[in-house]
Design a protein around this ligand. Structure first.
Ligand SMILES: Nc1nc2c(ncn2[C@@H]2O[C@H](COP(=O)(O)OP(=O)(O)OP(=O)(O)O)[C@@H](O)[C@H]2O)c(=O)[nH]1
Ligand SMILES: [Mg+2]
Length: 498
């Protein structure tokens, strides 16, 4: 306890000394400041104001530097898409920029071309949409009895999208579209159907009763796109009047619960008829089966369609155009994502190769794997730029520093994976420690790059702690995924050098 007391006395003395130094410093600075101030007052005014200005500028600069260093730290949320409706100029501008950047914009461009040709033709497009076997084709047949001619297959889409000419009582030039049912087994058809619905002026959403969850989601999606919609409950003939009324009530309730975006007069119950097998018994007692058409009852549907078209033909065009711009923008976003994935692969491969080469060229490879150097920084910068992120140099440094400590912990695992990976190549035999080390080096860059792409895809920006965490969590998985390619790379480089 004696020592403790001695320390306390020493500390007390230290405080006294610091106190006197502080008082001295204060007096000294005050005196100097007053001296300077007096002289400035005596001297020309311009010098005084210049001095005050310089002082203020220094204070502002210091405050700015502190703010940049310490305070400003935006944690970006998932990037929001603009809620403002897209215009033709917006989307064309985006397409030009993307094309200049080397992105494949053909799909998006094709949407705009298709829209232009539809605008020129001028017909109103009605698309029957819904789950498989709800009776879309039957409804079209009831509406257009001689519908048998496919007049256009949308360029690039499957041949299952067909348009039929129909003229309503008001004389509107209409194209009725039949699309594949959703929820089927064939891959990709749901998307074909939904895209065609997006291109139409009006969607006739066909269901068979109350909406399933998938149907509910699809209706909501179309309403978000501001698609004019009629909800058609088909096959009403399967129920008696009381059951029909109960079903309609449930459907109305369901739609009301969606927030009332769909008015009640846009919900109709109809019967397309459909085929029915009839057993006929002849006089000699033998039975034969013949297929007959049930009578259709679609009057309310025709009325709902006519009312929609009478309402506002002009806004229908505007709403259709906007939905197609949205579709084109979605296709562009898909192409951009694809492009980024390919480019990021190249960037990661390049850095991995450099790391392997560097390790192979080292006279005596160190036991450490250093990622904060030139290759790590360059790779991080390039990947961030590719994903439109603009991190500060400090963030990149912090990310690499945080990840470096994880690299140290994962080193034994990395070396083991590298050694195993090399063994998988026949005829390699025992390899020198240098090659194992080079593979381990490359693997770390490969894993670092992959985890970075993952974070950038999710956040659109580099958040150092988050990115380093993702790197740590996925490291073993990424090491395994990259080992074959990195081991081959190292062996090729080694052979070239040898
Ligand atoms: N009872 C009854 N059956 C119907 C009615 N409408 C269609 N159907 C039957 O439902 C089945 C499917 O009819 P489709 O018109 O091929 O249905 P779809 O929605 O075009 O089917 P996909 O093209 O496969 O998505 C057929 O067997 C029709 O006979 C109807 O109003 N009442
Ligand atoms: Mg069909």
């Amino acid at each position: 306890m004696k020592l403790d007391r001695a320390i306390r006395i020493a500390l007390a003395l230290l405080i006294v000394v610091v106190f006197f130094i502080a008082i001295g410093a204060l007096l000294f600075f005050t005196q100097t400041a007053l001296n300077v101030w007096d002289r400035l007052l005596e001297g020309p005014k311009i010098l005084l104001w210049g001095y005050v200005g310089a002082m203020l500028a220094l204070v502002v600069l210091a405050a700015y530097l502190i703010w940049r260093l310490v305070i400003r730290r935006e944690v970006p949320a998932v990037k929001k898409t603009a809620s403002k409706p897209l215009t033709k100029q917006d989307i064309e501008g985006r397409l030009r920029d993307a094309e200049a950047a080397g992105i494949d914009v053909r799909d998006a461009q094709q949407e705009l071309q298709e829209l232009a040709s539809r605008q020129q033709a001028g017909a109103v497009h009605l698309c029957f949409f819904g789950e498989i076997s709800t009776g879309k084709s039957s409804l079209i047949k009831a509406l257009v009895p001689d519908a048998d001619v496919a007049i256009d297959v949308v360029g690039g889409s499957t041949g299952d999208v067909r348009h039929y000419r129909w003229q309503n009582s008001a004389g509107n030039e209409i194209l009725v579209t039949d699309v594949p049912g959703t929820g089927g087994h064939e891959h990709g058809l749901d998307e074909v159907a939904l895209e065609e619905a997006q291109r139409a002026h009006v969607v006739l959403f066909v269901c068979e009763g109350d909406l399933t969850r998938a149907e509910s989601d699809a209706v909501r999606h179309l309403l978000v796109l501001d698609k004019p919609l009629v909800l058609v409950m088909n096959k009403a003939d399967r129920f008696d009047l009381e059951e029909q009324a109960a079903l309609m009530q449930r459907l109305l309730q369901h739609v009301d619960n969606m927030g009332g975006a769909l008015e009640r007069d846009k919900i109709v119950a109809v019967s397309a008829g459909g085929d029915v097998d009839v057993i006929e018994r002849s006089q000699d007692g033998s039975e034969s089966v013949s297929r007959r058409q049930r009578p259709a009852d679609i009057g309310v549907l025709v009325v709902a369609i006519n009312r929609l078209l009478e309402d506002a033909t002009q806004p229908l065009d505007v709403r259709r155009d906007r939905a197609v711009f949205r579709l084109a923008a979605d296709k562009l976003a898909e192409a951009e994502a694809q492009y980024r994935l390919q480019r990021s692969e190249q960037i990661i491969r390049n850095s991995t190769r450099k790391a392997v080469l560097g390790a192979l060229a080292a006279v005596s490879p160190g036991t450490d794997i250093i990622i904060q150097g030139y290759i790590g920084t360059a790779m991080t910068q390039e990947l961030c730029k590719l994903y439109g992120a603009a991190p500060r140099d400090l963030d990149i440094e912090e990310f690499l520093n945080l990840s470096q400590s994880r690299v140290g912990r994962a080193l034994p695992l990395t070396l083991a994976v590298a050694g195993n990976g090399l063994k998988a190549f026949p005829g390699v035999g025992t390899v020198a420690g240098g090659v194992v080390h080079a593979v381990a080096y490359g693997l770390i860059f490969d894993a670092l790059g992959r985890s970075l792409v993952l974070t950038l895809t999710r956040h659109g920006d580099l958040v150092p702690e988050e990115a380093a965490k993702v790197f740590e969590e996925g490291i073993s998985e990424h090491l395994e995924a990259g080992v074959r390619h990195v081991a081959r790379l190292a062996l090729e480089e080694k052979a070239d050098a040898g």
